[in-house]
Design a protein around this ligand. Structure first.
Ligand SMILES: [Zn+2]
Length: 78
């Protein structure tokens, strides 16, 4: 297996990361709740993307679960 002949100095190694600074990303506003969001990403607050509900939030999941549990508890079952 080939092995590098010499150790690469810290200066040469660190030059590789010199151009890897964080870039500034563009921030837009959510079309539904107008919270600041990154472009091309869904809103983490309301779960909307391009005006369409994509993700359920915690309240909706809880309500759905409670509704299903209530329908399972029909009278006459023991
Ligand atoms: Zn939103």
């Amino acid at each position: 297996m080939p092995v590098p002949k010499r150790k690469r100095s810290r200066a040469r190694r660190d030059k590789r990361f010199a151009n890897k600074a964080l870039s500034v990303y563009s921030v837009g506003a959510c079309g539904h709740c107008s919270a600041p969001i990154r472009s091309h990403q869904l809103c983490s607050l309301c779960g909307y993307y391009k005006g369409v509900k994509v993700v359920q939030d915690k309240v909706e999941r809880t309500e759905k679960r409670l509704k299903n549990n209530r329908s399972a508890d029909k009278p006459g079952r023991a």
